[in-house]
Design a binder for this molecule. Structure first.
Ligand code: NAD
Ligand code: MG
Length: 383
């Protein structure tokens, strides 16, 4: 039987590449539900191509044009962020691909897991904000989470078939778009510069997060929850070639790594096909084309975000939720030309210093912590 998919964020970088995999394998997958934030034209086009049962546009202002564009089809059209979570839990699909960006991904993640669905998870912010809660819901409903983030897909693949707990996870880091920019020049970095990632073509928010290493900090938090690994046994190493996607060290000293080209369709298809493997005829990795794989320590003074993320993990509770909310506001401000690149991490620090802290958050506490972080960030940035 074909797997029926709900793809949340189908118009984004991961969403579009997920649809590439569906298009390559029409006998295995059906895209039944598609959702987008605002890009209703592309969403309508995708709904027609894949003959979707339903689409959701999160921004209610885009509802009317989307409805009109699909008026001659059987596709149901819904609007609003609550509707995204509702379709994630609704019947008619077995798999939810969460390719949303930011805090908006949390409720749909919880909804999909609460309905016992398989979750192919790109939205790392779900685990950053509420990792403990999300993993509890997944366990209670026996709902599997398959990581799409390339590092976590690599770790997942290295752990496959192992019975003993690993000693250490080693998350690799490209260094992002500003890795060759000296520390003194960072205050003058423009959005255009920061958006030019050397290896990966991704959405704007994660590309900026990669430049600050907030993304790598988030990936440490994501790994902590996905693999139930304490923070002190998760390391980050700089690996500018982005060929080794991450590594796992075992108690006997063996280290396993997963390698390949920087193409997100590989981890996406791994998540969709697991435990099988996709046949992707064009894929042939040329190891001889990459004779140099180098590794180095991360410059923690240039990139304080990494230590902040570790600190949030040590504090637990709502700390990482505060970090995420402040970061979202600051990244949007930077992209909109309203603050400097160096203000992003300063905003996170300011929010963490001032925010209330719930050590044992109830589900509602995440929304409160997120709202407070955004408020504190806007106050700090005066925007
Ligand atoms: P993107 O910005 O390209 O796409 C985001 C999608 O979510 C779009 O469809 C957008 O319309 C939708 N969206 C945005 N805000 C929304 C809201 N408030 N409510 C509902 N829908 C909304 O982002 P992306 O680069 O595809 O990243 C998606 C997620 O995957 C992020 O969590 C990112 O960290 C993670 N990720 C991405 C990559 C990559 O290569 N792009 C790699 C690893 C992990
Ligand atoms: Mg990643």
């Amino acid at each position: 039987m074909r797997q029926r998919l709900a793809i949340l964020g189908s118009t984004g970088s991961i969403g579009v590449q997920t649809l590439d995999i569906v298009r390559e394998n029409p006998e295995l997958f059906e895209a039944r539900i598609l959702t987008a934030g605002r890009r209703w034209e592309l969403l309508a086009q995708q709904a027609r191509e894949f003959d979707a049962d339903a689409v959701v546009i999160a921004d209610k202002n885009c509802y009317a044009p989307l409805r009109d564009a699909l008026a001659d089809t059987d596709t149901k059209v819904y609007a609003g962020e609550e509707a995204v979570a509702q379709v994630a839990a609704a019947g008619g699909t077995e798999v939810v691909v969460n390719a949303l960006v930011g805090y908006a991904g949390l409720a749909p993640t919880v909804a999909a897991l609460g309905a016992g669905k398989k979750l192919a998870l790109a939205n790392k912010e779900s685990l950053v904000v509420g990792g403990e809660y999300v993993m509890r819901v997944a366990a209670e409903h026996r709902a599997p989470i398959l990581p799409i983030d390339s590092e976590h897909s690599a770790i997942f693949q290295c752990l496959a078939g192992e019975r003993s707990a690993p000693r250490r996870l080693i998350v690799t880091c490209s260094g992002g778009s500003l890795r060759d920019v000296p520390r003194e020049a960072l205050a003058d970095v423009t959005p255009e510069q920061a958006l030019r990632h050397p290896q990966w073509s991704m959405g704007a928010k994660i590309t900026i997060d990669s430049s600050t290493l907030v993304n790598k900090g988030f990936e440490v938090i994501e790994a902590r929850w996905l693999f139930d690994m304490p923070a002190e046994r998760i390391d980050v190493v700089l690996h500018p070639q982005s060929i080794v996607h991450s590594m796992v060290e075992f108690e006997d000293g063996a280290v396993k790594a997963q390698l390949g080209s920087a193409d997100m369709r590989i981890p996406i298809s791994h998540a969709l096909f697991y435990p099988a493997r996709a046949e992707r005829p064009g894929e042939r990795f040329d190891i001889l084309g990459h004779p140099q794989l180098t590794f180095a320590a991360v410059d923690r003074a240039k990139y304080p975000a990494l230590d902040i993320a570790y600190d949030c993990l040590r504090r637990g509770g709502t700390a990482a939720c505060t970090m995420n909310g402040a970061n979202e506001v600051a990244v949007a401000a930077f992209l909109g030309g309203r603050c400097r690149w160096t203000d992003i991490v300063r905003t996170i620090e300011a929010a963490l210093q001032r925010a209330a802290f719930a050590p044992h958050p109830a589900p509602d506490d995440y929304a409160a912590a997120d709202a407070e972080a955004r408020l504190l960030a806007r106050e700090f940035l005066k925007c």
